[in-house]
Design a protein around this ligand. Structure first.
Ligand code: SPD
Length: 429
């Protein structure tokens, strides 16, 4: 070869769109493509974009392999660039063609043609230290694979190992468990983070304890969603509980959590739990009036099956199913990430429970986009969750149960809203 390297520019078309949207498969295929061509892999960086698409690069001692995918066009742009004679980029090409089930067009060009460039006697002023390891001896490569929860303008990313512990797509949604470096294992539904091992207690304690403490003596509780089990784990910390009914639409969420997130899914064996795999929206519609002390709506974001959890009909049915003095609490999205949904849900609840009986809380959701998340309460009655709650009881409870986020001071503080949020909700009078 009369050049420093060979560069193949590939247009892969007609590919399998699901494969092109799967960061783990893409990363694995690209690394394999490098390795079977005889390259020495140094590291890899891959990002999954939401709603779709993957970009990534595998750095090899002999240059790089790079990819950008457009699943919606079933298209991938791939660069296979290798230097020296020991690696054949066409071997990588063949591997990827098969992995993506692709049609292709490709051109090869020489890089650093020796007709054009001449070697000099360049002597670097500073010599790099010798590497402390021998790449050829198969050291562990550094992988840089990211999961991104985002809309068109904002995102939250977690770097994960690249290994996929659970991945199932069913008619409702895609359910995954991945292993992040900073937050441990996490549950993702449709490219959105649901909970991570490290910070799930923020969400699960806050969706449970303020409402349970505000009620004071809830014995019969209904949970809609909550398939990972974190919410029922918190509810079962109350000795007075007689029955918890949980209606989760997707059994895969329960299974994934039991299998991979056992500390979150710790209470599925509780004898007081009635777990129903079914449609929570229909369940509440059919529920007998005046049945529940507390209803917890622990759903996903309003796409897919959780869409119906953001409607007036659903909350009207929740109100009917509550006893007098009962309270519904729902995850209310983020004022910074989903302002429209946040405000609409608040207005919807006010229309059903009355303006003075809807109360909004904020808490730190460190792995949800923007980090600021809301919970909204609708009270069937006149009790106020702050002025009427028993602070001393909340203190004793949170201490005795070793809670890590909720305490009696935070209870009141969570209802204190920043001025801009009050303005959004029309409450800054
Ligand atoms: N954007 C994430 C909102 C998720 C709310 N539900 C999480 C489920 C945890 N039990």
């Amino acid at each position: 070869m009369n050049a420093l390297g060979r560069h193949i520019l590939v247009e892969f078309s007609g590919c399998n769109a699901e494969v092109l949207n799967d960061v783990s498969i893409i990363e694995r295929s690209m690394i394999e493509a490098a390795q079977i061509a005889g390259a020495t892999v140094i590291n890899s960086t891959f990002h999954h974009f939401s709603p779709w698409g993957v970009s990534g690069v595998v750095v090899i001692q002999e240059s790089h392999l790079a990819i950008h995918t457009w699943p919606e066009y079933r298209y991938a742009a791939v660069d296979l660039f290798t230097c020296g004679d020991s690696v054949d980029p066409w071997v990588s090409f063949e591997h990827l063609k098969k992995a993506f089930q692709a049609n292709y067009s490709a051109i090869e060009m020489n890089r650093g043609s020796l007709h054009v460039i001449k070697k000099t006697d360049f002597q670097p002023k500073i010599m790099r230290e010798k590497p402390s390891f021998d790449l050829a001896k198969g050291v562990q490569i550094e992988r840089n694979v990211w999961f991104t929860d985002k809309d068109e303008n904002q995102a939250l990313s977690l770097r994960y190992t690249g290994d996929v512990l659970f991945d199932e797509t069913n008619p409702f949604q895609r359910v995954r468990v991945l292993d992040s470096y900073s937050h441990g294992k996490f549950l993702a539904i449709n490219n959105m983070v649901m909970c991570t091992e490290r910070d799930e207690f923020h969400y699960h304690e806050m969706i449970t304890h303020p409402v349970m403490q505000a009620h004071g003596n809830a014995k019969n509780v209904l949970v809609i969603g909550g398939g990972d089990g974190g919410t029922i784990r918190e509810i079962f910390k109350y000795d007075q509980i007689e029955k918890v009914t949980m209606v989760e639409i997707d059994e895969a969420v329960v299974r994934a959590s039991k299998e991979h997130l056992p500390k979150i899914a710790a209470e599925f064996g509780n004898a007081k739990l009635n777990l129903i795999i079914g449609d929570g929206i229909q369940f509440v519609k059919d529920a007998a009036p005046n049945s529940y002390d507390v209803i917890v709506v622990d759903g996903s974001d309003p796409v897919g099956p959780a869409k119906g959890l953001f409607t007036a009909e659903f909350y009207q049915n929740c109100k009917n199913a509550l006893k007098d003095g009962g309270i519904v609490i729902t995850q209310g999205e983020s004022p910074m990430f989903h302002e429209g949904t946040f405000v609409e849900l608040n207005q919807c609840l006010k229309g059903i429970f009355g303006k003075g009986s809807v109360h909004t809380m904020l808490f730190h959701a460190t792995t949800y986009p923007s980090g600021m998340w809301s919970l909204q309460m609708g009270v069937k009655g006149s009790a106020h969750p702050v002025s009427d709650f028993n602070k001393d009881k909340a203190h004793q409870f949170s201490k005795a149960k070793g809670l890590k986020y909720y305490n009696e001071d935070l209870h009141s503080a969570a209802f204190a809203l920043p001025t801009f949020v009050k303005t959004m909700l029309g409450e800054n009078v």
